[in-house]
Design a protein around this ligand. Structure first.
Ligand code: 2DT
Length: 213
């Protein structure tokens, strides 16, 4: 069987509250795409590689080793995406599909949950590449809480998750694919793989665009 020649890869993002199953589903999606012979890489934000200065600063902040005011923290997370931008664009151009666990929307939602302005938060992300597909793993804070206790990190409190949930409702875009996170994981994975393959077909003809610009 001759394979179709491929253009650029698809840029796929999974978003949602802590414990919405993003990580499980992104890994399943990577496997599914690879089984379909789609060259695929997995990326997650924030990256926590201790060798990288920005990653280390983020890790230290998340574990409350350091304190930053809300705007500075926002810029730090955005700086990491900015730092990754050129390598992500190069991978996409070379035909690699990217499955990305959290992106600008986490940046905006978590900062809005601290009271920052949506517009200010989005402006910082404006020139970053725009995903071809955003999957939102929909789960309420109540349902998420049933999935086990909170960890030790900065944002893992009930009250804060409630605010993040509200913020996601406020930034959700019409073209997002919403997956009910409480459904059977295998069913969710099947749906996501179908959407990803469809997007991969469609995005070949389209240039990568920018987030909010
Ligand atoms: P994980 O638990 O998924 O590793 O996330 N966060 C993430 C932000 O506040 N801003 C961002 O830009 C991103 C990408 C979400 C660690 C926490 O970091 C939050 C949860």
């Amino acid at each position: 069987i001759s394979k179709k020649p491929r253009g650029r890869g698809a840029f796929i993002v999974l978003e949602g509250l802590d414990r919405s199953g993003k990580t499980t589903q992104s890994q399943a999606l990577v496997e599914g795409l690879r089984k379909h012979d789609v060259p695929t890489e997995f990326i997650r934000f924030p990256d926590r590689n201790p060798e990288n200065p920005l990653s280390k600063a983020i890790s230290d902040y998340l574990s409350s080793k350091t304190e930053l005011d809300a705007m500075t923290a926002h810029l730090l997370f955005a700086a990491q995406r900015t730092e990754m931008r050129s390598s992500m664009e190069a991978l996409l151009a070379a035909g690699t599909t990217l499955v990305v666990d959290r992106y600008s929307y986490s940046g905006i939602a978590y900062s809005m949950a601290k009271g920052l302005d949506k517009q200010w938060c989005s402006n910082v992300e404006a020139y970053l590449p725009k995903p071809d597909l955003v999957v939102y793993m929909e789960i309420t804070p109540d349902q998420a809480a049933l999935r086990g206790g909170f960890g030790e990190e900065r944002y893992e409190t009930r009250l804060f998750q409630e605010k993040v949930y509200q913020a996601y409702q406020a930034i959700k875009e019409d073209n997002w694919k919403v997956a009910a996170a409480t459904e059977n994981p295998a069913e969710i994975a099947k749906g996501l793989l179908e959407s990803a393959l469809q997007i991969l077909d469609q995005c070949q003809a389209l240039p990568l665009s920018r987030q909010y610009h």
